[in-house]
Ligand binder design. Structure first.
Ligand code: SF4
Length: 360
């Protein structure tokens, strides 16, 4: 009986030979610290590397340990996150850090199964931390990996369907070498990101060309199969930029909607783009803000912002108040008056930042 190491699969052999010559040098590839790896994975979800990199560096400088992140005020964490979008990631990240400190003594669990117990940590992030920090042979599955596997092995299952995960996971787990799981995971994700790209993959100089099902069958452009996301809807926001003297009224968004925990102005939402003056006064009246039309300036032109399943179109109505808002109105609307410097320090959605940069 021999104890020979199993031969790496053709996929692992090709990717592990390709990776050292082609990969990008990124800071989170030089660490085994599960906290730093986790941070990079959370930041890079739905974010390009070039955009996420400065955020990773900023967060690590501001919060070098999971304890530091857990102890930070939520508004500060959201302010550092400002501009990255998908703010629930930041709120969940903050809560997970608090869980790691409170329930695990500040140490991340060291196994895939243990990591999955953490709040907001799904299979992808757990696999990334388990393999990069603790050398566990569990394959990561992100969009890049799905694409490479679908093309190389000719899988036609819809990658948007949750039922496909099992099939792809089993295939990836079959090919990950137990001796170098971290390198394999890094390699397959990087290969998908820079060689086997969604559009115009570099098939001509691809080391997998002769074994790639999609290339051999002329179906590269057809794989992976991905059903369309549901059509996005347009929402029309009308912001009331209420000002008294040098101070402007903002509120923290608490409702279960987009931008929870971020700050914006009092507002109303409609199903049509325009808000005629009579309607504007009616809405203000309903909010308990008494104005006459002479205090309202022309609304801004539309500020547009695209989120994953909705398009936003916002118009801002600046209004100079002759008296501060009464306490009851402040309480009912959750508003507070802020100076320009204080507004700058608040975490705000990109759309509000754009407006404030030009007008406050
Ligand atoms: S041959 Fe083309 S489609 Fe196939 S793995 Fe290489 S880059 Fe991807």
């Amino acid at each position: 009986m021999t104890n020979a190491t199993p031969r790496p699969s053709f996929l692992a052999a090709a990717l592990l030979a390709w990776y050292p010559r082609h990969h990008r040098d990124l800071p989170w590839r030089h660490t085994r610290d599960p906290y730093a790896i986790w941070l990079s994975e959370v930041i890079l979800q739905q974010t390009r590397v070039a955009q996420g990199l400065p955020y990773y560096e900023t967060f690590l400088a501001a919060y070098p340990t999971v304890q530091a992140l857990a102890a930070a005020p939520e508004a500060e964490v959201l302010r550092y996150w400002q501009g990255l979008g998908y703010y629930s990631r930041a709120r969940n990240m903050h809560l997970t850090a608090q869980q790691v400190v409170a329930e695990y003594g500040g140490l991340f669990p060291s196994t895939y199964a243990g990591l999955l117990q953490l709040r907001g940590v799904g299979p992808y992030t757990a696999a990334a931390i388990a393999s990069f920090a603790f050398d566990e042979a569990v394959a990561v599955l992100d969009g890049n990996v799905y694409r490479v596997l679908a093309r190389v092995f000719g899988l036609h299952s819809d990658i948007a369907a949750p039922s496909s995960r099992k099939e792809f996971q089993a295939l990836a787990d079959q090919h990950i070498p137990s001796s170098t799981p971290a390198d394999f995971n890094q390699a397959i994700m990087e290969f998908g990101a820079i060689q086997c790209t969604p559009v115009k993959p570099d098939c001509l100089f691809c080391p997998l060309q002769s074994q790639c099902w999609a290339f051999q069958h002329g179906q590269v452009a057809l794989l992976p199969v991905k059903s369309k996301a549901k059509a996005s809807r347009t929402r029309y926001f009308h912001y009331f930029v209420l000002r008294h003297g040098e101070r402007t009224y903002l509120r923290e968004r608490r409702e279960k909607d987009i931008w929870q925990g971020l700050y914006d102005f009092a507002m109303t939402e409609t199903t049509v783009p325009e808000l005629p003056p009579a309607e504007l006064l009616r809405h203000l009246d309903a909010l308990g803000v008494q104005l006459d039309t002479s205090q309202a300036a022309e609304p801004s032109s539309a500020y547009r912002h695209v989120l994953s399943h909705q398009k936003l179109e916002a118009r801002f109505h600046p209004m100079a108040l002759s008296h501060p808002l009464p306490d009851t109105t402040l309480r009912d609307l959750g508003l507070r008056a802020y100076s320009a410097d204080e507004i700058e320090a608040l975490p705000k959605p990109k759309l509000i930042v754009n407006y404030c940069n030009q007008n406050i």
